[in-house]
Design a protein around this ligand. Structure first.
Ligand SMILES: Nc1ncnc2c1ncn2[C@@H]1O[C@H](COP(=O)(O)OP(=O)(O)OP(=O)(O)O)[C@@H](O)[C@H]1O
Ligand SMILES: [Mg+2]
Length: 290
């Protein structure tokens, strides 16, 4: 069953001429893990804001079409109710910090206090979420004293404590090193396995290929392509439209043009590339050095 349902969604920011979202139709099933890809300015963050209710409740502008999550329309809902449906981790984690609290622990408890959760339960929820995202040691730090990667973990944690139905993550590891990225994707995958619906904007396509159920490619505010990660991420359309492409896909595409890639589908990950190139016979020993 679709928990997220977008029908003919079109949106223009205030005082702008061009459409940031242009006739988006998107259904996401409960428990599904959908990745969004697209070049800069494609409308990925705007789509996240729309799912999270910030469009139209915060950004204003002109929104038409229907945005529905868990059977409720965002235009007919209030933002403080909507946060229980959809949790958004902002592209810039600095925007997530309330500015009202002195420690990470208080920051994480803040949203729960606002919706009237009892103190004992707040403590359990915050500590569980901090363990999950590996930030227990940051509990007493000031949110402003953290590195970008630490702020991103706090931002993700602040959403998990709210236990929303849908997680929307806008490049949640953009400021992290490879180890932090691996850990955070581990957490996201765990949440997906627990049945949470996840919508993830991400440039790291090899991660998407490993984790996502479906990929939606966004360009100029419209959906250019959607399908399985392998279908979408290896499509010539993406390469022609300025999307970030896996280096393995690019190499194999060149090899294919020279008849050196034998599989029908191009690879996205290193493992797929190794497997595919293993099918290409190397030069015979007698042929060498001639
Ligand atoms: N607050 C705003 N006011 C006016 N126009 C905006 C605003 N935010 C974004 N836009 C415009 O809307 C379009 C989509 O921007 P958006 O930030 O959603 O793209 P994006 O795919 O997230 O890009 P990036 O990869 O750089 O994060 C762009 O043309 C952008 O200039
Ligand atoms: Mg963005």
């Amino acid at each position: 069953m679709a928990i997220v349902n977008l029908q003919n969604v079109t949106y223009k920011y205030p005082l702008t001429e061009s459409l940031a979202l242009n006739n988006i139709n998107l259904q996401v099933n409960e428990g599904e893990f959908v990745a969004i890809v697209g070049p800069n300015g494609a409308g990925k963050s705007t789509l996240c804001y729309t799912l999270a209710g910030f469009v139209p409740h915060f950004f204003k502008g002109e929104l038409t079409g229907m945005v529905e999550v868990a059977g409720v329309e965002s235009q007919k809902s209030k933002l403080h109710e909507w946060v229980l449906n959809v949790g958004l981790a902002f592209q810039n984690p600095f925007n997530q910090i309330s500015g009202a609290k002195y420690t990470v622990y208080e920051e994480l408890a803040f949203g729960l206090e606002n919706i009237g959760i009892p103190r004992d339960e707040i403590k359990i929820r915050v500590e569980d979420a901090m363990s999950l995202t590996g930030i227990r040691d940051l509990a007493d730090r000031s949110p402003y004293s953290l590195s970008g990667g630490q702020q991103q973990r706090v931002a993700l944690t602040s959403i998990l404590v709210m236990q929303p139905k849908v997680l929307v993550l806008d490049e949640p590891t953009s400021q992290m090193d490879p180890i932090g990225t691996r850990e955070v994707f581990g957490v996201i995958r765990q949440m997906a396995h627990r049945g949470l619906t996840v919508i993830l904007v991400e440039h790291k396509v090899e991660w998407i290929a490993n984790f996502a159920d479906r990929v939606v490619a966004l360009k100029d505010g419209s959906i250019l392509l959607e399908g399985t990660p392998s279908e979408v991420l290896t499509s010539d359309l993406l390469a022609e439209n300025g999307f970030g492409i896996s280096r393995y896909t690019s190499v194999a595409r060149k090899a294919k043009a020279q008849g050196l890639w034998k599989k029908e589908r191009l690879p996205v990950t290193l493992d797929e590339a190794v497997e595919g190139f293993a099918l290409t016979p190397g030069p015979s020993p007698e042929g060498r050095g001639e």
